[in-house]
Design a protein around this ligand. Sequence first.
Ligand SMILES: Nc1ncnc2c1ncn2[C@@H]1O[C@H](COP(=O)(O)OP(=O)(O)OP(=O)(O)O)[C@@H](O)[C@H]1O
Ligand SMILES: [Mg+2]
Length: 273
Amino acid sequence: MSAANATAGSPPLTVDALRCEGLTKAFQGVHAVNGAAFEVPEGKITALIGPNGAGKTTVVNILSGAMSSDSGRVFLGDTEITNWPAYKIARQGLLRTFQLSRELGGLTVLENLLAAPAVQAGDSLVNVLFRPGLVRRQERENAERALELLEVYRLYRHRDTRARELSGGQKKLLEIARAVMASPKLLLLDEPMAGVNPALIEVIGEYILDLKRSGVTVMMIEHNLGIVEKICDHVVVLAEGRTLATGSMSELRSNTAVVSAYLGEVINAGAAH
Ligand SMILES: Nc1ncnc2c1ncn2[C@@H]1O[C@H](COP(=O)(O)OP(=O)(O)OP(=O)(O)O)[C@@H](O)[C@H]1O
Ligand SMILES: [Mg+2]
């Protein structure tokens, strides 16, 4: 494990669950990500913030294997996972939420959880043919776990509803529940509270804190700085594809570069968008 804050002779204060260096990605010659480098400390909640178009989603796409980078390196613990395919990264315990896709919208809420990208014994033809008992047992266990998670995420009574018929807030809860179904060690959330009412923002914040308490490392993209301040331990500021600063929210407030590039804009606007 690589360690930040390590000094000779004393144990490391934090261990990085995930680390990237020099990430770049250009679309039609325009750099969306341009040298991003940061650490995600294990067991903590890290916020990835920055103006619209800063490259936050592109970074999450690269870290989770949904998109390849042009250059740079990504490490999950001690393992280099640069440009690994998403399924292989997911098997190492790194999951991310996606906005509900059109296909998944047609499935029921319960089916969505059962289709989560967990490693399933039934996916292997060898298991289906020669170990049907194992496949049946795992299917039963998956169904039990899915129903438990739907209880936790207040979706149980909607289990047979088509996902596209859920409210915006319920869709956000379903996105998180789908990722949790796969028992992640590290979870990347892209704006888990976007477009959600203030009461549900608090509820989703509590769910994220619960995930941290259960040992999951979280990194979330979020524009709502109030909730970032409340639940996040560590903040990474991205601007024009580069890491502008990292630290606690109070450290960032006293960083003039960050205030002029991002926080000032938000503060002057009177509220986080
Ligand atoms: N698939 C793509 N093809 C072309 N350009 C893209 C693609 N994805 C992102 N971009 C561009 O890359 C830049 C960074 O986009 P990205 O979505 O990563 O920003 P973001 O920080 O997540 O913004 P927001 O806060 O608005 O979600 C933007 O200029 C965007 O238009
Ligand atoms: Mg984005």
